[in-house]
Design a protein around this ligand. Structure first.
Ligand SMILES: Cc1cc2nc3c(=O)[nH]c(=O)nc-3n(C[C@H](O)[C@H](O)[C@H](O)COP(=O)(O)O)c2cc1C
Length: 211
């Protein structure tokens, strides 16, 4: 197998981004709804997104700064209000999700401009995306600019305080079928994946060690 070694001390930023986002894949997509301090709804996708703990139930998103070094609307809104909703994205919603990534101004709402239906949340003020198969209402647990010197992004941890799920696709008392869920994920460049795919397989954890 031919292997090349890349030294990140000399790799330029674009090449580093291209490589890491291509090999750290697929990444789930958090479609994050927030409210500005003056109550305007905002919605944008983030694939630097993970669950980091079930107890307390904690998720992480990492909005990178804008090119001018300012916070993206999502990061600023979460810092200012302490609340957000992570909406998971089904394949049927992929075009709307992509459209909502356009750099709209802070005074514009992606819900209105893209025509995305919103539903009031129960425990937080930002609305959820009505047709999302699963929406996670979150309160801010930690907001850190990273790195300390010349930060380039925010590391946002949220505690999940409520979830709303489509019970046609998310069983509450048994395993959830990823094919029924049909979520989209982000890979390198403009590639996306789907959890509905012929390549899915089930692999139970080992019950004992066999040499
Ligand atoms: C699928 C997808 C994933 C994205 N993931 C991220 C991400 O993890 N971090 C980020 O800073 N921007 C990401 N973006 C770009 C943001 O969505 C985009 O900058 C958006 O305009 C931010 O909106 P806001 O200023 O309203 O927060 C992603 C875009 C797409 C389409």
């Amino acid at each position: 197998m031919p292997r090349s070694t890349l030294d990140f001390a000399t790799l330029d930023r674009r090449a580093a981004y291209r490589l890491l986002t291509s090999v750290i894949a697929p990444r789930p997509v958090a479609w994050v709804s927030t409210l500005s301090a003056d109550g305007r709804a905002n919605l944008a996708p983030f694939s630097f997104f993970q669950m980091i703990a079930p107890h307390p139930p904690t998720v992480m998103i990492c909005p990178q700064h804008n090119a001018d070094g300012s916070l993206k609307d999502t990061a600023r809104n979460i810092r200012d209000t302490g609340e957000f909703v992570v909406n998971l994205v089904s394949f049927a919603q992929v075009e709307q999700m992509n459209a909502s990534s356009w750099a709209f101004g802070p005074e514009e709402s992606e819900f209105e401009l893209v025509g995305i239906a919103a539903t009031a949340s129960t425990r937080v003020a930002p609305p959820s995306v009505t047709d999302s198969p699963a929406s996670l209402e979150c309160t801010l647990a930690s907001f850190t600019l990273y790195p300390d010197q010349q930060p380039t992004c925010a590391i946002v941890l949220g505690t999940v305080v409520a979830a709303h799920v489509d019970t046609d696709r998310v069983s509450l008392d048994g395993p959830v079928d990823p094919n029924a869920l049909d979520l989209v994920s982000r890979m390198g460049a403009d590639w996306y994946g789907r959890t509905r795919t012929a390549g899915n397989f089930s692999l139970p954890r080992p019950q004992r060690w066999v040499r």
